[in-house]
Every structure is written in structure tokens, then in C-alpha cells.
Design a protein around this ligand. Structure first.
Ligand SMILES: [Zn+2]
Length: 405
């Protein structure tokens, strides 16, 4: 992913704090590091299924249906390279109750682009597990920089790693029970030379998932989802070499997440598809602005609490400061709508007809934006166990000239 923005979310019942200090317009492109992949981890998420004591981490909210056949299309590359990607990705099928069905024609949920450094995407899975379904069907959902994969080993480990993300696995070196004693000063300095900001380094290396989600699972330094660590990166010179194969922990984890029988540990699994433009309009009748996000959403396994968050931005894409008590997100103008999603029922929002509105009264907006152009930054979050996970985030292209008030 070329641009990754990582937002720290904290919430308690009706108070939501969203890290919006970085203006929307100032989100920076993040360069790839040869040491890792660019797949963003979800916020505060973890494997909940802990039937085995020694295995890694996944985000259960974004697992595919157990037993699912996933169509995979490789969009570019030579036949021999495609065959290798298929061969290595298929390793996961030996242990998971999942099938990758490689197709040449037709619709595929996973679309792989074998690139040659152009575009600076590096190795990346666009959306963990089922989050890839939110991508535009014309875009790839996984990208490899094949110029960086010149050995068989590097190709194999990278394909295994990215397809691990595609099945919902997250980075093992971010386990809260890893005990890794990072030499943060040295790592920040080195990463800065490679174009990583402090935030990027925190997000890719130092972030720790909530311990409460580990439920006793052990750290697995042999995991294919672990980055290599050099001795200089840690205070005690601990290091992890490249892992080239699935570890025993990886095999146990994926078999537990996609078991031969019914999945034991069920959590809400949300699929958002068919994402369209969020429309923002004056509403003269109700005296305010109406916002209409457009997408389809489905919930499986357990009902879910979904937070829809609208933050207003000006024509230069800056958030708008506000003093409002009720339409205020971290002192920025906006509002939050909370809905309960039942299971196995697809809700289709604002497709063809307006059936879901988020309204902000003009009386709650700061006078400074009266008569000015406005856009909306719309986001959707899943709330689970006191934590928010971002499902969707998009800044509208559409804008409205706000009525004077
Ligand atoms: Zn990764």
C-alpha cells in the first residue's frame, strides 16, 4: 500500500478520541523497507482461538468463511513465475480448510500483481483476510516486487508471508509476549535513513497487540509472519534470521483458524463490499448537512457494533475545529453513528436510493465554515471488547458549498 495512515483509537462508551492531529492532507507516502512487507496490521487485534499453546497471531474478525474456496488470479508475470507463486501459496492449503482456486478468467477475490519495482509498492497485501474484498475489483489486492525476489528462497518466503496475511495472519514480531528488547534509538536512526518515519517504525516493529487477546499463546520466532531481526536492533543482541518455511506454529495456527470441523472460536466477521462515493449535501428542510455513505455490509458469526464516523474537512482537506458538545470528535467537527448489525443480513446503503443518512445540524457547526466548501472523511469501525478496528476509511471527492447560516 503506497499510503498507510495509522490512527490510534481509544474509546470509552460515548467518548471517542481519534488521532487526527495529522491533517488529512498531510498523510505521507511511506516507503517500503527491504526487510519487511507493507501490509498494515489492524488495530489492537489478535487471535482469540488458543487451543494450541505455541502459535502466532491472526485477526479473527477478518477470517474467511471456514472451508471457503477463494478465487485467485495472477495478473502479470511469466508462466514459470506464476506457477511458483501458485505452488508456494498452496502450501497453506495443506493445513487450512481453505482452497485457493487459481483462475485465468473471471472474478477473483485475491488479485496478485507481480511487479518490477515501478509504483514503489514493494510486497504488500491490500487488506488483511476478507478486507481485500473492499478493494476496487479493477485493482490488485496483493503486490510483489519481483526484482527483490531473485532467489527461490526469497520468493517462497515472501509468497508464504503475503498469503498468510491474505488468510488473516498478522506480524509475529509484534506479539506482546515476544520479549524482544528493541534498541529503539538505533532502530529509529537506521530506519530514518531508509525513509521510515518514527510512526512507521512504531507501526511496523514496536507496536504491541493487546495482551488480553493472546490468551496464553506463545511467541513463535520461527513464524513465516516474523520479520528478520539483526543483533544491532536489540539491546541483548537477540536476532531472528529469515524464516523461509511455515513453522510448526504457523501450521497449528492456520489449522485452528480454518479447522476441518466447525470453527470453535467465533467473533463478528464483517465484509464491506461495493464501496461507492460518500455524498454530502445541504439539507434545507432539516437545516443542516446530510451525509450518505455508500457500500454493502454483511456480518457473520456474531452480531457486531459498528461505528460510522464522519469528519468534516474544508476544501483544502483540513479538519475543522469545533466547540460543539455533540458533534465533536477530538475537537474536530463531525459525528458518530452507532449501529448494531445482525448476522447473515446484507445491508445495502445508499445504492440507487437514499436509505441511510448521517445528519449534522447547521446549529452545531462552527460559524467559520458558513458558506464554505465542505467534504467528508468517512470511516467505519468495528467495536469489539472495548477496541475499535477500522473497516473502511475514505475521503470523499464530492464536496458541498454549505448554505449560509
Ligand atoms: Zn507482512
Amino acid at each position: 500500500m503506497k499510503t498507510i495512515f495509522r490512527l490510534v483509537l481509544m474509546s470509552c462508551f460515548f467518548t471517542m478520541t481519534i488521532n487526527s492531529n495529522a491533517q488529512v492532507k498531510n498523510r505521507k507516502a511511506i516507503k517500503k523497507d527491504f526487510l519487511g512487507c507493507n501490509t498494515p496490521d489492524p488495530i489492537g487485534s489478535f487471535a482469540l482461538d488458543t487451543s494450541s499453546p505455541t502459535r502466532g497471531m491472526a485477526d479473527n474478525n477478518f477470517l474467511w468463511d471456514n472451508g471457503k474456496t477463494i478465487n485467485v488470479k495472477i495478473l502479470s508475470g511469466s508462466k514459470s513465475l506464476k506457477d511458483k507463486v501458485k505452488k508456494y501459496a498452496s502450501e497453506w492449503m495443506k493445513y487450512a480448510n481453505i482452497k485457493f482456486n487459481f483462475i485465468e478468467q473471471g472474478d477473483a477475490q485475491i488479485r496478485v500483481y507481480l511487479g518490477d519495482k515501478k509504483g514503489d509498492y514493494g510486497h504488500v497485501t491490500m487488506g488483511l483476510g476478507i478486507k481485500c474484498l473492499m478493494r476496487d475489483p479493477n485493482d490488485f489486492t496483493m503486490h510483489f516486487d519481483t526484482t527483490d525476489l531473485i532467489t527461490e528462497k526469497s520468493l517462497k518466503r515472501t509468497v508464504l508471508h503475503e498469503f498468510g496475511h491474505a488468510l488473516g495472519l498478522i506480524h509475529e514480531h509484534m506479539s506482546p509476549v515476544s520479549g524482544i528488547q528493541w534498541d529503539s534509538t538505533a532502530v529509529y536512526a537506521r530506519k530514518r535513513l531508509m525513509g521510515w518515519s518514527k510512526e512507521m517504525t512504531d507501526a511496523q516493529l514496536f507496536r504491541r497487540y493487546n495482551i488480553s487477546y493472546t490468551n496464553g499463546t506463545a511467541y513463535d520466532p520461527k513464524s513465516i509472519m516474523h520479520y528478520p531481526i539483526s543483533p544491532w536492533e536489540t539491546k541483548n543482541h537477540y536476532y531472528v534470521d529469515w524464516n523461509d518455511d511455515l513453522s510448526e506454529g504457523d501450521k497449528a495456527l492456520i489449522a485452528a483458524l480454518y479447522p476441518k470441523n466447525e470453527r470453535v472460536n467465533k467473533v463478528p466477521r464483517i465484509i464491506i463490499t461495493n464501496v461507492g462515493e460518500t455524498i454530502i449535501e445541504n439539507n434545507s428542510l432539516k437545516k443542516g448537512i446530510s451525509i450518505y455513505p455508500s457500500f454493502s455490509i454483511n456480518c457473520a458469526d456474531k452480531p457486531a457494533d459498528i461505528y460510522y464516523v464522519c469528519m468534516l474537512v474544508d476544501e483544502n482537506n483540513y479538519f475543522i475545529p469545533t466547540q460543539s458538545n455533540n458533534y465533536n470528535i477530538n475537537n474536530k467537527a463531525g459525528c458518530i453513528k452507532v449501529v448494531k448489525l445482525p448476522i447473515n443480513q446484507t445491508e445495502i446503503l445508499n445504492k440507487g436510493k437514499k436509505n441511510f443518512e448521517i445528519f449534522i445540524p447547521a446549529s452545531e457547526l462552527p460559524n467559520t465554515i458558513s458558506g464554505k466548501k465542505l467534504k467528508v472523511y468517512f470511516r467505519a469501525f468495528l467495536m469489539q471488547d472495548g477496541e475499535l478496528k477500522e473497516l473502511l476509511g475514505s475521503l470523499s471527492n464530492n464536496s458541498v458549498m454549505l448554505n449560509k447560516f
